[in-house]
Design a binder for this molecule. Sequence first.
Ligand code: ATP
Length: 867
Amino acid sequence: MGYTPMIKQYLQIKAEYKDSFLFFRLGDFYEMFFDDAKKAAEELEITLTSRDGGMDERIPMCGVPHHSAENYIRSLIEKGYKVAICEQVEDPKTAKGVVKREVVQLITPGTVMEGKMLEDKENNYLAALHVMDEQTYGFAYTDMSTGDTSVMRIESSWSAVLSEIYNRPIKEIVVDETIDTDLKNDLTDKMQLTLSTVSEHIQLPHEMTPLLADVEDVLLQHVCKQLFQYVYHTQKRSIDHLKKAQVIELKKYMTLDMYSKRNLEITHSMMRNEKFGSLLWVIDRTVTAMGSRKLKKWLERPLLSRHHIEKRLDMVTGFYDQFMERESIRESLRSIYDLERLSGRVSFGNVNARDLLQLQNSLSKIPLIKQLLKEFNQQSLQDMADKLDPLEGLKKLLENSIKEDPPISITEGNILKDGYNEKLDEYRHISRNGKDWIAALERKEKETTNIKSLKIGYNKVFGYFIEVTRANLHLVPDARYERKQTLTNAERFITDELKEKESLILEADEKSVDLEYQLFLIIRDKVKEYIPALQKLADLVSEVDVLQSFATVSEENNYVRPTFANNHQVKLEQSRHPVIEKVMKDESFVPNDIQLDEDKFMLLITGPNMSGKSTYMRQLALTIVMAQVGCFVPAKKAELAIFDQIFTRIGAADDLVSGQSTFMVEMLEANHAIHHATDKSLILLDEIGRGTSTYDGMALAQSIMEYIHDQIKAKTLFSTHYHELTSLEERLQGLKNIHVRAEEINGDVIFLHQIHQGAADESYGIHVAQLAGLPSDLIERANQILTQLETKNVGNYEAKQQLEPANQAEQMTLFVEEERSLTKQPKEEENLIAMINKCDVLEMTPMDAMNKLYELQKKVRGMKGRK
Ligand SMILES: Nc1ncnc2c1ncn2[C@@H]1O[C@H](COP(=O)(O)OP(=O)(O)OP(=O)(O)O)[C@@H](O)[C@H]1O
């Protein structure tokens, strides 16, 4: 005996959707069987039951009601699973044998479209990746709800791919079946993506080929096909709103790698991993969900073209200068619906009359926005007004057709206006007249029977009826009244006259509902024709929203429009940290100047802990990002250069990608910067080397600085606790010492957070420890040791070595070990490193040891350069 026919059908369908939960429609439920059932019962906390499947053992089963399935599906999708919806595709009443069933949609984390599963202000991306070789990748991503698709060639390293993924809310990625396991693990374990595969032999459905019209590169075509084929496979429905894939040339945008984006807390704060406390949190004053999503996109890719940056800044200036008009624009934007996502839903056939009414209301605001934009003195805003198309034709169509207050359902009528369609008016006339007629009949029957409480009612099962309470039954004219239904307190009757009218009214009602539905579908199809125009409008409106947001925040926070000099220099007067100044609220943030130019392009920052070194470094980076997305910046005066990349090594970052040690991460980040930075880049290195022993740390710090100084010439801010490094200023021409001042008053350290020229002279470490509340005995002992060290006159650095020689050598070995694993040197380099390892560092002076190390490292590097 085998499985029952239905279970056989289930297994057949399930075989095609192995990696998804199969929601198998059975009457009013979606059922799951076998392992799916066990897993779903656990994940959804629903009861696991079983059923007879035709074999000896019972089959595990669990199910969710059809009408509340959405919440269960959402819950699975949020956990990264996929759900295949399998419906009955023929009427069970007429079906012979097992009802025919088919998967009608595959819902996956990257392709969800349904309202509740999407965050209004967040994009939801599905990506695709094709690996050509270790340095060449094709990468594409699409937001199915808005129809935007971007595709790019990444010619760098695997980590650049990971950065692209990390930079945006990508939920799922489509890869070739043959992808390398290590890469696969990175995508699933480290980037937390749902992985989907497509076969090598991709057949793009014919109707989707126009989406590739602007993509010439074969690699990019391939990855787009991968993406679209998967979209087609999951949706099984109209996807007319998908826009042509847009090729992104990465070299046109500033590179903000994963580390920097995280370290600088551009869109999420590190502590809580949420918007609060991030740059986005400060500058997002958009009023539409479309605007908010666009702002994030802009932050993902700051611009490099001065022309484009200035264009945005011009418009921000326009908004900034005219407060009243800007406020009016903000007000009108508020009532604009999410046109971008609406286009997607129109395409999927998911809109109801209320959506269309909102669309109509949104469109009716466009002429006002146009008119307001014309009132700005700034020419570029007036030009923007000309570009906005209020889609009069579409607005008229909706105005003439959709009623003021339509119901949610589109199948129960009452959604279209009188006068829109003659036939519909006719049915409605019969139905309404009929209802008047019934009211008249009720009055007449009351009079003739003399039953005051008589009433005529209607229900779906029995149709129209005359209801008479039990007490009045003796007054019922038996000849005319035919008994229909008995209730506890009343009887219900029908008369021939009522019966006749009933069928007329019901027929008209039914016809009118049917017709309304048909007419609505036609309207929806007409709206579909406007999708590209709606998308263009959505794009412009969201741009207006972001630009007004920049102006609003710039005015509220006293930002200034940056200017760009022709030479690569930075001159910020009274610069501030945009986020910390907001968090501090009380306006106590201390502004500082920042100056970097081609002669002095490196700043070495010293100063006590907690004095504001990292803040100072970060504020420069954030200022640059803000300027290059087109926003004003937190300073009194800002002359900036355009930076091609920003690299950061700030804070005690645990590694989000590989789970490496702090020191290893530090080296990886430094290594990344050193390999990719140019003289147009910004590098921020915060206390590099502190993850290892003083000796290694300082050696590395110095060699890194020398390397950047001599070979890269990137603008660099370098903070350190190694005071010894400040003497480098004498040797490295491009380097300047600055320090953050703190004052000691009556034994307490007062942080002034002011940046001054030259090196700091004291470390204040013990005072900070005191402020942190360490026991007073301990503080006293620390002071004693410090005095001893100072009187021995050996200086901090050497003294520390004498205190911990064993540890020292251990650390050195550790460093070499890590360095080895980091670069996987071939034999010759390894020998050199072994030499470093062997030199009896404890016999050398610190400077000699560092120089030796630097020299050897240079050789290693030279070797690498030759390869
Ligand atoms: N310019 C400033 N004005 C006012 N407060 C500031 C300023 N800069 C920093 N602070 C405050 O000081 C705190 C410490 O700053 P920050 O982390 O930059 O110090 P740091 O010198 O890098 O410390 P550490 O050496 O311990 O890493 C900040 O959280 C902020 O509250």
